[in-house]
Design a protein. Structure first.
Length: 312
């Protein structure tokens, strides 16, 4: 198989040269993507109505080989191509100690800590809503990821069979744990997907699966909405981030970056609407008070523990 691919590259030197030239520019404009998204951009219609390269199986192989070549020779960093392995960060798993109200548990940590354990406030703790960013396009997680990470919000790309398994094994159990927690927030899936019939069907099926798995929450569509489709002339979500003037034409890079910034800002505002700053500030104040109390009583508690050890 490797011989056939190598032969294909030699027979398509024009395609190979174009891929070598355009792929670094795509990375400069859009950042890291998976291999499929690079190929989609290269086979999209340019400003003259023609694709940069033809959409064929052999050209797909060429693009994959060029992506490896560019990273090996240092033209691109290895991180420029995302793999399809999904990671899921639990925003409650980082910076959390024992429940702030469980003083007994914290005092038991005397056996391990010379200093009092410190409680931290999760950004979403006790908030009435808990958002999760849901994106139809798996290759676009690079654009939504930084926004979700900044807000300590989970991000889920649902496209494909792997996405279905991930939904059942990780996402739904996680969301159920949040919904059934002490403060029981409303789960709010913020949805980004195509506005055509297939795109709407994907969202509809996603909501159906949530219901079948015991979650009553339904998506709130952030993009693409009917108004956005009118403004953008009916473009799909991934097409929205392609330059309308054609890759390589004057101003295309600025346009591409502006569109990426627009979708990131849209995501950030949707998340922010779920967050109550007053509740967060009250949590911070409470935790600071508890931490100050622990720090004040710690020397006495530590000495009591040392005395008990001496009696043993």
């Amino acid at each position: 198989m490797s011989r056939q691919r190598g032969k294909g590259v030699r027979q398509n030197r024009g395609t190979t040269a174009l891929a070598r030239e355009i792929i670094p520019k795509l990375y400069d404009a859009y950042g890291a993507m998976n291999a499929r998204m690079y190929y989609y951009f290269l086979t999209a219609k340019a400003g003259d109505g023609k694709p940069i390269i033809a959409d064929t199986h052999s050209n797909s192989n060429i693009v994959n080989l060029v992506l490896v070549e560019l990273r090996k020779n240092g033209s691109l960093p290895w991180s420029a191509v995302l793999d399809d392995v999904r990671t899921f960060d639990d925003p409650f798993a980082v910076g959390e100690s024992a429940p702030a109200s469980d003083l007994a548990f914290q005092l038991n940590q005397l056996r391990q800590y010379a200093e009092p354990p410190t409680s931290y406030v999760c950004r979403w703790q006790r908030q009435p809503q808990f958002p999760i960013v849901v994106v139809e396009k798996i290759g676009m997680d690079a654009w939504f990821g930084p926004v979700a990470s900044n807000w300590r919000t989970p991000l889920y790309c649902l496209r494909g069979q792997g996405g279905v398994g991930h939904l059942h094994e990780v996402i739904v159990p996680y969301l159920k744990r949040i919904a059934e927690s002490e403060w029981g927030p409303e789960i709010r899936p913020l949805y980004f997907g195509d506005g055509d019939k297939p795109g709407l069907d994907i969202e509809r099926n996603f909501n159906k699966e949530l219901l079948e798995m015991g979650l009553t929450c339904q998506t709130k569509r952030i993009a693409m909405t009917p108004k956005q489709l009118d403004d953008m002339e009916g473009l799909k979500l991934d097409s929205l981030l392609r330059a309308s003037k054609g890759i390589g034409t004057p101003g295309w890079l600025e346009e591409a970056r502006a569109r990426v910034d627009w979708i990131k800002e849209l995501c950030s505002k949707a998340i922010e609407e779920c967050w109550d700053e007053e509740i967060h500030n009250a949590n911070v104040k409470l935790v600071k008070k508890r931490n100050a109390y622990l720090k004040r009583i710690w020397p006495r508690k530590l000495q009591e523990f040392i005395d008990e050890l001496a009696l043993e």
